[in-house]
Ligand binder design. Structure first.
Ligand SMILES: *Cc1c(COP(=O)(O)O)cnc(C)c1O
Length: 231
């Protein structure tokens, strides 16, 4: 990956975040960038790390673990953001710092049991499905309280907030409407779990709308690394 291309994209993405914060009257420091490195090789990750970026998101377990292992010397922070098969939780618990896609109770107990005691608690976001499509990952909004309570009760897990991947909407208004729904769920959860601090929403195409509605972690792939090849 051309370092100049990456540097320009990184700068542009940070500027988009800054402008969106200004437009929403929010502190420019309030929103963090997660670089989504799925399908990119370890060299591309290392090139972005060389620019001072630290937090990366992966969707596929073995691909992610390979990069974590290859880049162990870079002290990076790794988030898992993909759909979770129950038989893959051990690798997540052993290698990742965050798991953003927890959406059912079974995953909570497995991740808690499998998180090595030598490591700090695993940071966990609950993935919410806002579109009500059965085949999509994410819990229904009414399952949030039970999941949150289970995570709080798990000593090897740390509940940090919620994540969502809404279906694509073309207009900024429609994008904002669904992110506003997510923010309302987040606020309600925070009323019962005051220590949560992370609302993960917004990608390359809709990060402005997400920031306008309160997201504080945006997950960006294409705008940083360029278009993905089909996997
Ligand atoms: C791929 C992916 C992203 C990044 O999407 P872009 O449109 O490339 O920015 C963000 N979040 C999740 C969960 C993803 O799977």
């Amino acid at each position: 990956m051309d370092p100049e291309f990456l540097k320009k994209n990184h700068q542009k993405t940070l500027e988009r975040i800054q402008r969106a914060c200004q437009a929403a009257d929010r502190d420019g420091q309030a929103v963090a960038l997660l670089a989504v490195s799925k399908t990119r090789n370890a060299q591309a990750v290392a090139a972005l790390a060389a620019l001072g970026h630290r937090a990366f998101g992966e969707n596929y377990v073995s691909e992610g673990v390979d990069k974590i292992t290859a880049l162990a010397d870079h002290s990076l922070i790794w988030h898992f953001i993909g759909p979770i098969q129950s038989n893959k939780t051990r690798q997540l618990a052993e290698h990742f710092d965050w798991v953003q896609s927890v959406d059912r109770l079974k995953l909570v107990s497995r991740l808690n049991d499998q998180r090595p005691p030598s490591k700090p608690p695993l940071n966990v976001l609950i993935q919410v499905n806002l579109d009500g499509e059965d085949q999509k990952a994410g819990c229904a909004p009414d399952q949030l309280p039970a999941l949150a309570n289970a995570i709080e009760a798990a000593p090897q897990l740390r509940l940090r907030g919620v994540m969502s991947i809404p279906a694509v909407r073309e207009s900024a208004n429609d994008q904002r409407a669904v992110f506003a729904k997510l923010k309302a769920l987040y606020d309600e959860l925070q009323a019962h779990h005051p220590s949560i601090d992370t609302l993960s929403a917004g990608m390359s195409n809709d990060l402005e709308a997400a920031i306008a509605e309160g997201a504080n972690l945006v997950r960006v792939g294409t705008a940083l690394f360029g278009p993905r090849q089909n996997r």
